[in-house]
Design a protein around this ligand. Structure first.
Ligand code: NDP
Ligand code: GDP
Length: 331
């Protein structure tokens, strides 16, 4: 029976990964940062019904001593570093915090593993945002990076530190360059969930309009449940490496809106409005990934279609808001 330590266990991917590993028989530990709103923090783990099956440890990614203490206590076979300030838009407003958590926080976890548990396998949550102003129409492991936000710059630092610790210290450290992946557990600030939540509110008469920014950008959107399986598969390889994880299909925000509103029997053009206030100082216009290497080496491929995911997200948000209206808990 293996033991895993997940940083960012309360986030979208952390929750799905914890569930996946528990099903595989792992003992799952997570790093939990202190919050004055502790009752909200475990919402995703509660939603998946696993909050009582994971072991949570107080700590913070920016506190090296807590990273070391937790790695020492848990003695993990596998460490998944998913914690980050993960929202691109916020990274323009909080660039230093983003660098401290998303870049240096990853270095802290690498150091903790190197010092205390060098035999553990390490996964770093890298991002397609590192491709930014794309240098090739379809991005693979060989495509040069061109980050376009403080978030992407921070992720690039963490990515190269992971490669460096593999090459310098022989750590089994892999980096997954994941394209956008969504789910009903996606943070409400990201565009997909903002749209499906908006559709649910409008459908139930709680709102009439939804304000968005750039509708022309396109993203290669997959389902988080599929993508966390690739993280695990990377750590089962004899040799650590870096892999692009993507669906190979890119869709505009405008088309995502059309699909989500149509699923609820609505016309998006009646409800979506745009505001310049939601535009970013520099934008990533297009992302489209080639996951051929992961397919060949890991046997991984995305299985959930965008249509299936949109339907699941809209239906779940309608259930959530209906429960709220009825005064019932959604979970
Ligand atoms: P979320 O934003 O949902 O989760 C982020 C997690 O990091 C939360 O558990 C959060 O805790 C935790 N966290 C933030 N700051 C700290 C800190 N200082 N110390 C400890 N924990 C902290 O992200 P996702 O689950 O969507 O993504 C997982 C990882 O994958 C992230 O690193 C993200 O940048 C990366 N990624 C995500 C993609 C996506 O499309 N989802 C695409 C590519 C990469 P709390 O709950 O307390 O806020
Ligand atoms: P990102 O790819 O990690 O930045 O994920 P997001 O979901 O935050 O943004 C995806 C794309 O949607 C970006 O090009 C945004 O500019 C665009 N977008 C348009 N309107 C909005 C909005 O209201 N909120 C967010 N988050 N993104 C928006």
């Amino acid at each position: 029976m293996k033991t895993a330590l997940i940083t960012g266990i309360t986030g979208q991917d952390g929750a799905y990964l914890a569930s996946f590993l528990l099903d595989k028989g792992y003992t799952v530990h997570g790093l939990l940062r202190r919050s004055a709103s502790a009752e909200i923090i475990g919402e995703r783990l509660r939603w998946l019904g696993i909050i009582d099956r994971v072991k949570l440890h107080d700590g913070d990614l920016i506190d090296l001593s807590s990273c070391i203490r937790i790695v020492e206590a848990v003695k993990p076979d596998e460490v998944y570093n998913l914690a980050a300030q993960s929202f691109v838009h916020a990274s323009f407003q909080q660039p230093l915090l983003t660098g401290t958590v998303t870049a240096l926080g990853a270095a802290n976890m690498l150091e903790a593993v190197r010092i205390v548990r060098p035999e553990a396998r390490f996964y770093q949550a890298s991002s397609s945002e590192m491709f930014g102003k794309i240098q090739e129409p379809i991005q693979s492991e060989r495509t040069p990076f061109y980050p376009r936000s403080p978030y992407a710059v921070a992720k690039l630092y963490a990515h190269w530190m992971t490669v460096n610790y593999r090459e310098s210290f022989g750590l089994h450290a892999s980096s997954g360059i994941l394209f956008n992946h969504e789910s009903p557990l996606r943070g409400i600030e990201f565009v997909t969930r903002k749209v499906t939540d908006g559709v649910a509110r409008i459908k139930l008469g709680l709102a009439d309009t939804l304000m968005l920014g750039n509708l022309d950008a396109t993203r290669d959107w997959g389902h988080a449940r599929d993508f966390v399986q690739a993280m695990w598969a990377m750590l089962q390889q004899d040799v650590a490496d870096d892999y692009v994880i993507a669906t190979g299909r890119t869709t505009s925000i405008r088309e995502f809106c059309r699909m989500a509103f149509a699923h609820a029997g609505l016309d998006w053009q009646d409800h979506v409005r745009t505001s310049d206030a939601l535009l970013r100082p520099s934008e990533v216009e297009v992302l489209l990934g080639d996951a051929g290497k992961a397919n060949q080496a890991l046997g991984w491929r995305a299985t959930t279609t965008l249509e299936q995911m949109v339907a699941e997200m809209v239906d779940t948000d309608i259930v959530r808001h209906s429960a709220r209206i009825a005064g019932r808990p959604a979970v």
